[in-house]
Ligand binder design. Structure first.
Ligand code: GRF
Length: 201
């Protein structure tokens, strides 16, 4: 069971998944990192971990369809079973979505459907919610929509700012994502017939 991880930035979730694999907690192969920012720290992490990388500059392609087709080609060549978005800051469109339908997951730092999109942590603080959290979900064509696989709650304290709240949320992401990938790998996660809900077994 081979996964590809897509990331655009620091890659702490990439690292958590790689660490879980290396320590024997997660029985998958990380076959590829896909990164739309060749200078991102996650590219260094992949090199250090010996993970092949496809780093590209979207501007060097004539269209989004063209770079997504280039991604699909690499995913197919590597026989990737599951696409794991971990801080990949781009909306996925049909070119990539169709061939991997039901096989793309994302992690988002809020309790969806609250606070989709950019800066979910800042949105939660601005709204004054007392509980926020982390969601892992299947990806569809929307922005952080798609059937919810798992959620964990995080309390927001009176004195929290973006940094302190992020430092509560990130360790939960790092624990949760390998756990959910493992459940998918074990075939314990499926989507209901109406395509809206995730069923666990
Ligand atoms: C995480 O907070 C994730 O939920 C969001 O982007 C962030 C990525 O962080 N989608 P990192 O690059 O894994 O450190």
């Amino acid at each position: 069971f081979r996964i590809a991880i897509f990331a655009s930035g620091s890659g702490s979730n990439f690292q958590a998944i790689v660490d879980a694999v290396q320590s024997g907690k997660l029985d998958v192969e990380v076959g590829l990192l896909v990164c739309d920012k060749p200078n991102a720290k996650v590219v260094e992490r992949a090199a250090a971990a010996g993970v092949d990388t496809f780093a590209f500059r979207p501007k060097e392609y004539p269209s989004k369809e063209a770079y997504e087709a280039a991604i699909v080609e690499r995913l197919q060549k590597k026989e990737i079973d599951l696409v794991v978005l971990a801080g990949y800051m781009r909306i996925i469109t049909d070119t990539l979505l169709k061939p991997y339908e039901g096989r793309i997951v994302n992690i988002h730092p809020s309790l969806l459907p609250s606070f989709p999109g950019l800066d979910a942590i800042g949105q939660a603080l601005a709204h004054g919610v007392k509980v926020t959290g982390v969601t892992v979900h299947f990806v569809d064509g929307g922005m952080d929509t798609g059937p919810i696989i798992a959620q964990r709650a995080v309390e927001v304290a009176g004195g929290d700012d973006a940094d302190s709240l992020a430092s509560k949320i990130h360790p939960i992401e790092h624990e949760m994502y390998p756990y959910v990938i493992r459940a998918i790998r074990e075939g314990r996660v499926s989507i209901s017939d109406d395509g809206r809900r995730v069923l666990w077994s």
